[in-house]
Design a protein around this ligand. Structure first.
Ligand SMILES: [Mn+2]
Length: 297
């Protein structure tokens, strides 16, 4: 299918002549799904997300004008062997002068992203908003410490403080994760808690915790959404977030020092409707809108 876009890349926000230093956001794709434990396909996400970004107009749902925001899309970082090639992701993120939007890939690609952000904001309090059905706190999974089930565990190893991590949407656990989840250091908002209290209340609490941080990175696994919304993902888990709840959470962070977003586990081949790709795009554009509104207040 070769449909020309009705707009240019990233809803007309891509500015090919601008360097990262001259842009508000840097997009990097990491088309790698070699450490997914179940179904793959996430390697195809950057290409499909970019493709459909040409059909977006530069407005958020509440008509925030995004036209003043500039995106520099640096293309993809190719991963063949994660043990060596993740290093390139870490280095790229660590030296960025603006806000990265990183397109996975399975969630393992966030290991070097979290390491790079930790390095970029060395000496400062780096908060992480973790939106996922899974904690990804395994020390090792399928024989690998770099599995997509180990991502946040490696983030802790990199020096991100557990009290500066908010986990939202959790509903699936591995035995080896339970101690960390239940020892009270991490801020855990399970799907059941969100159902009981409502996302507005949870989002306000998350904002309160993360507002103590100097810099906040968001790691968003599309499987946090309910599979009825986003079925195109390796390990769908029913009983998840609505898109409205995700947007409520994002919008609650307006004005805080957001320094990056990674969006992972979108698997286009597992959703012929491509609604999952569009869900990812909506999250990206609304994230940009949160920053655009923050810049004008
Ligand atoms: Mn997940």
């Amino acid at each position: 299918m070769t449909v020309e876009g009705t707009h240019n890349l990233w809803g007309d926000l891509h500015s090919p002549e601008s360097s990262p230093a001259e842009s508000d956001f840097t997009v990097i794709g990491i088309p790698f799904d070699g450490l997914a434990s179940a179904r793959t396909g996430a390697a195809l996400a950057p290409q499909r997300i970019r493709y459909w970004s040409r059909h977006l107009a530069p407005f958020s749902e509440d008509r925030t004008r995004l036209g003043g925001m500039r995106i520099c899309d640096l293309g993809d970082i190719k991963i063949v062997d994660a043990r060596h090639d993740f290093e390139q992701v870490r280095k790229s993120v660590a030296q960025l002068p603006n806000i990265p939007i990183l397109l996975g890939g399975d969630h393992s690609v966030s290991i070097p992203i979290l390491q790079g952000q930790r390095q970029r904001f060395a000496g400062q309090r780096l908060g992480v908003l973790w939106v996922d059905a899974h904690p990804d706190l395994c020390d090792e999974f399928d024989g690998s410490p770099l599995s997509h089930a180990c991502t946040l565990r490696r983030g802790l190893d990199a020096g991100i403080a557990p009290q500066d991590i908010c986990m939202v949407g959790l509903r699936s656990w591995e035995e080896q994760e339970l101690d960390l989840i239940e020892n009270g250091q991490l801020n855990v908002y399970s799907m059941q808690q969100i159902a009981d209290h409502g996302m507005k209340v949870v989002a306000a609490e998350v904002r309160g915790i993360l507002s103590a941080c100097d810099a906040i990175h968001i790691s968003l696994d599309i499987d946090a959404l309910d599979p009825s919304v986003a079925p195109g993902t390796g390990i769908p888990d029913c009983g998840g977030l609505t898109m409205r709840e995700v947007l409520t959470l994002l919008k609650a962070l307006q004005g805080l020092p957001l320094v990056g977003l990674d969006l992972v586990e979108v698997s286009p081949p597992l959703d012929p409707s491509e609604a999952t790709v569009f869900a990812a795009l909506k999250i990206i554009m609304e994230f940009i809108a949160v920053l655009a509104r923050s810049a004008t207040v």
